[in-house]
Design a protein. Sequence first.
Length: 210
Amino acid sequence: MRVRPISTDVLVEELADLLTSRESDSYLRVAFDGAPAAGPGELADALVGPLRARGRPAMRIDTADFLRPASLRLEFGRNDPDSYYQGWFDEAGLAREVLDPAGPGGSGRVLARLWDATADRAARESYTELSAGTILLVSGPLLLGGGLAFDVTVHLEMSAAALLRRTPAEDAWTLPAFSRYAEEVGPASFADVVLRVDDPRRPAMVLERS
C-alpha cells in the first residue's frame, strides 16, 4: 500500500476543492463511510464551512437519523452484529427522502431527518428545498456496496487492531459487522477517496493498493 500522510486541515481543503470542481448547477451526493471510531461525521462536518466559502451550499445528513424502528432493529437483541450489519439503517428511507430527490431528475426536496431513535418515532422534520449546486454530505457506517446512489464516495479505513483499540467497550459488539463489511464489500477497493485513519488525528490518503 502506498499512502500520502496529510494533515487534517490540508485534507479538508483538498476534499473541498475536489467536490467543488464538479458541476455547480446540479446536486452532489457525497458519502463519508466509516466506523464511528474513524470519524466520518467529523470529517463531513469540517467540510461545510470550506464548501460554503467556495460558494457551494452544503447540507449534512447523518445515518443516525435514518435508523429503522426499534422493533425491527432490535428484534434479535440490542447487541446483535448481524442486525447491525443488515437491518440497523433504513437505506430505503435514505434513498427515498434524500438520495433520489437529489439525483438526476429528482425533485430537490429532501428530508434531513427521518427517524428519532431516542423517542423511537418519526422525526418531526420539515422538507428542505435544495438550492442549486447543493453538496449533500452523508456520513455513517456501512454506507457503500448496497446500491445507494452516491456521486462521490469517501471511505475512512482502519486496521482491525486500530478499530478495536478506538471503539468504546460498550460498542465492541459492532466489530464483527465491520470485519464482515471489509471482507464481503471491500469498500476500500472501489471508493473514490480512501483515507487511512488508524489515528484520526494523522490521516493518510491511500494512493495505491498492493
